[in-house]
Ligand binder design. Sequence first.
Ligand code: CP3
Length: 352
Amino acid sequence: MPNVPLFIKACLAEPVDRIPVWLMRQAGRYLPEYRKIREKHPFLHVCKTPGLATEVTLQPIERFGMDAAILFSDILLILEAMGVDLVFDEKVGPRLGRTGTVEEQVDSLSIPDPEQELGYVLDAIRQVKSSIQEGVALIGFSGAPFTLATYLIEGGTSRDFYATKCFMYQQPVIFQGLMEKLVSALEPFLKAQVRAGVDALQLFDTWAMILSPADYSEFVLPHMQRLVAGVKDEGVPTIHFSLGTSTLLEEMVQIGAHVLSLDWKIDIGEARSRLGPTRSVQGNLDPFTLFQEAEKLEKRVLENLDKGSPWPGYIFNLGHGVHPKTPVENVERLVEVVHNYPVRQTEQGSQG
Ligand code: CP3
């Protein structure tokens, strides 16, 4: 029986003797060793060079000893593989190119063969797996169809998502067709990541927060259900990430992912009571907590641990990515506090 990583046990709500921890964007600009690589290579070049992507993926594991690594890549790369121009502008962030109308673009999107068009992602997974420490899980990921659709329609990030919402309401059939097409591209990509070696899959739905429960149920939920059901047979846990969506928790449960990643706007104890003892959660410290002095940071981490861990199925994380200006020593302290936390979980979920 191979050793099941602690992180995977927590995803599956199995008992653990220590709370696993990793942080979104744990490989990034707050780390001097990452900045050193970025001085020499543009972001997309790092993503597309398996040796560099592997090195960067493992940097935070080597420095802090997290329980999971997330592959260094980006959710927007699949859109490039589908035929959309992608550039990362240092100042404005990602820009996606389009000629013609959204309808024409939806038509022209291709369904990539992951081994052919995203082979660099799969090669990076294989390389990470060959050098990662035993017991440390590797997380693969993709954007969720809705968040990818917003980037495609807006051409980048947006303040009010005017174009996305107008398109969704005015062209619902084409919008649903776009979501279906994205699912058809994402499913083989996620399966290929599992076959290349990832131990879990995280789906990033950063912009789901802009939808009402009714619109979420109509335009997003069925596609998420199809995607999660489609990758289920690969046998690895799935994690659903979103932000500002505590008003949608009950809808999000219906996606069928093993783990819900929560942001800091909901009390994690309340989220666990609402979701029940069998649904695993990940989160949910405010990334800016890491800018406080050590004692206050420690207090917040311990409060989160107390509230999140009355029963199995809890992964410590931030509610969103590590900010690029985060002091490195505070990340180190955070991981230490989580690792030293004594677990007092009960199987039934009574908080006693
Ligand atoms: O978490 C990790 O460490 C794994 C790698 C990862 C990145 N992006 C690397 C990255 C993951 C999982 C993502 C997901 C991603 N990318 C999301 C969903 C999660 C979220 O943050 O809400 C989104 C919306 C994107 C799109 C994206 N990529 C934007 C808007 C930007 C620019 C803003 C920014 O943070 O710089 C990126 C660039 C990006 N992706 C960087 C990294 C490390 C910064 C690149 C650099 O300057 O070195």
